[in-house]
Design a protein around this ligand. Structure first.
Ligand code: MG
Length: 353
């Protein structure tokens, strides 16, 4: 992936640390880290709650595992690819129990797609009921898997070498979440998995007065009055901005754009919304959805609704379908209903890109 995927923090914890935690929670009582180069130092400095050693990796996966097995101790060897850092400790436990009972416990999942073999123009559909995708951990009696490795053969997993010497190993059900972080898409999946969207809520109200133009959601609305405020007083964009800032715990627009600051006098709230969106993007995040309600007796907003949604979507650089704006009256009640003010409420979700 162009960076050290195992030692790069994924929301505070590296893949190696996540794998380590899962293995220990699943029942491993000592660890052998097999790694190379710079990573050896990083791993040696980890705080590991069980006895551990760090050994150098080899040219290929098989060489690395062979080195690891030499340093391993105990009855059972749990061989795990640290890039599968979301393995459930229950799966680790099940593989250990299987190895204790049957000599092996290899994590695998059934193939649900149709798999074909295409070789020299020959097309063969394989019987998927007989096919499995191998994952890790792959767990064995230490002396047996060591013997399988000492033969000097090569394979892309441990079960293959074990099967050559001792026959088919026992399979243990794995999981789609036990995914190997290999590509950029896997990394993005991992971030999404670790970071559910954040939500923010916003509310604002401004007085309706004569002699001002009316802006709602960045759109100028023909009306005999406008909203009073330091900026263009676009109450809808203000509620949306506060919701975004709330989702990121960045305070509110009063703190960011004080109404005592002359640079914001009469400013279009669209400019401010774009500034708020820059803060979102700086965090490598995006606004994923906006829903807002304008509370107003007059004017009727229905004819402007789509233009407002388009303007907001454009300023946030998100799809039109991700923005919803509704309007309601208060049936002549309250200050909104008496035409003294217009209010707006918004809720937004923000997520990692
Ligand atoms: Mg305001």
């Amino acid at each position: 992936m162009g960076f050290d995927k195992l030692n790069t923090p994924l929301l505070g914890k590296t893949a190696i640390e996540r794998s380590m935690d899962a293995l220990i929670a699943g029942g491993c009582d000592s660890l052998v880290f097999v790694t190379s180069g710079e990573s050896e130092k990083t791993v040696a400095s980890l705080s590991v709650p069980v006895p551990f050693t760090v050994v150098s990796g080899g040219e290929q996966r098989t060489d690395s595992v062979r080195n690891g097995l030499k340093a391993a101790s105990g009855e059972i060897a749990v061989i795990h690819d640290a890039a599968r850092c979301f393995v459930d400790p229950a799966i680790v436990k099940a593989s250990i129990e299987s190895a204790e009972k049957y000599g092996s416990g290899v994590v695998a999942i059934p193939v649900t797609d149709t798999v074909v073999k295409l070789e020299d123009g020959a097309f063969e559909t394989l019987d998927r009921n007989t096919l499995f995708r191998m994952q890790t951990p792959q767990t064995f009696r230490l002396e047996k898997i060591r013997a399988a490795y000492e033969k000097g053969d090569y394979a892309t997993d441990d079960a293959t070498l074990y099967a050559r010497m001792f026959g088919a190993p026992r399979l243990v059900p794995g999981s789609e979440n036990n995914r190997k972080l290999t590509t950029e898409a896997d990394w993005a999946w991992a971030i999404e998995r670790l970071c559910p969207p954040a939500f923010g809520i916003g509310f604002d109200t401004h007085r309706l007065v004569e002699g001002r133009e009316l802006f709602l959601g960045g759109v100028q609305i023909p009306f005999e009055k406008g909203l009073l405020g330091h900026s263009d007083a676009d109450v809808l964009l203000h509620a949306i901005m506060d919701a975004i800032l709330g989702a990121l715990k960045l305070g509110d627009i009063g703190k960011l754009f004080p109404d005592t600051d002359p640079q914001y006098a009469g400013i279009s709230s669209r400019v401010l919304l774009c500034k708020v969106n820059e803060l979102v993007q700086k965090r490598d995040m995006l606004v994923s959805h906006v829903d807002a309600t304008v509370i107003c007796q007059r004017p009727k907003l229905a004819p402007f609704r789509e233009a407002i949604e388009r303007t907001i979507a454009e300023d946030l650089a998100i799809p039109f379908d991700a923005v919803s704006v509704k309007a309601t009256t208060t049936e002549g009640m309250n200050d909104e209903g008496r035409g003294l003010c217009i209010s707006a409420q918004a809720i937004v979700s923000v997520r990692h890109k």
